[in-house]
Design a protein around this ligand. Structure first.
Ligand code: GTP
Ligand code: MG
Length: 197
């Protein structure tokens, strides 16, 4: 899919105030600092469409972007932001959960995982919660450029092995680097395939 246009539409904390539209929506979620906003910029060929930061907790709102005038891409706040206070963490969790459970336009959630880390309890529990609630999701491994090819491959395989203990069937899995622009065609092709059906 070519990205012909990408425009920021609105930020908010309340799913009820998200754009009143029937367009299909694809959202990006994952731990704070995993690279959600960077991936969105890479997919859209834009440097600063979504704001990024080396410090966790940059994205604190639900951000809607309109792509090619026919689908929405959504940048969500990260979860498990360790240095935020409990109140803020709970607030962010509420924002994320109510959006995911109530937003009917949500077509697929991309769950981002940093390929450098072992499977983390918080991510595995989040996937379990998605499964229990019947939310369609895919897994996106991020920051592949930070590992050698062999190490990246073995980490991803270890992750798949761990998931296979819990899931009979694995969701679609994408390997990406926003730095090197890896995985862009695969993710956009996947979205295009769903939008066509
Ligand atoms: P929050 O909004 O705080 O939850 O973070 P986020 O998940 O949106 O992460 P963001 O895109 O802001 O990136 C966090 C940091 O990781 C930034 O310093 C990015 O430059 C860096 N980063 C993101 N993706 C990649 C990647 O593919 N490769 C490398 N080397 N760095 C990356
Ligand atoms: Mg962000």
């Amino acid at each position: 899919m070519d990205i012909k246009s990408a425009e920021f539409i609105i930020s908010n904390t309340d799913y009820l105030k998200c754009p009143d539209s029937k367009l299909p929506e694809y959202a990006f979620i994952g731990r704070s600092n995993v690279g959600k906003s960077s991936l969105i910029n890479m997919l859209c060929n834009r440097k600063d469409l979504a704001m990024t930061s080396s410090r966790p907790g940059k994205t604190l709102l639900i951000n809607h972007f309109l792509i090619n005038k026919n689908w929405h891409l959504v940048d969500l706040p990260g979860y498990g932001y360790a240095t935020a206070g409990k109140k803020m963490r709970d607030q962010l969790q509420d924002i994320i959960e109510s959006y995911i459970l109530n937003r009917e336009q949500l077509t697929c959630l991309f769950l981002l995982i940093d390929c450098r880390h072992e499977p983390q309890k918080i991510d595995l529990e989040f996937m379990e919660w998605l499964g229990e609630n019947g939310v369609p999701f895919s897994i996106v491994f991020t920051k592949l450029d930070k590992l050698t090819h062999a190490k990246g491959k073995s980490n991803v395989q270890a992750y798949k092995d761990k998931l296979s203990e819990q899931w009979e069937e694995l969701p679609p899995i994408f390997l990406t680097s926003s730095e090197k622009r890896t995985g862009r065609d695969e993710i956009l092709g996947y979205i295009e395939g769903i939008n066509k059906t």
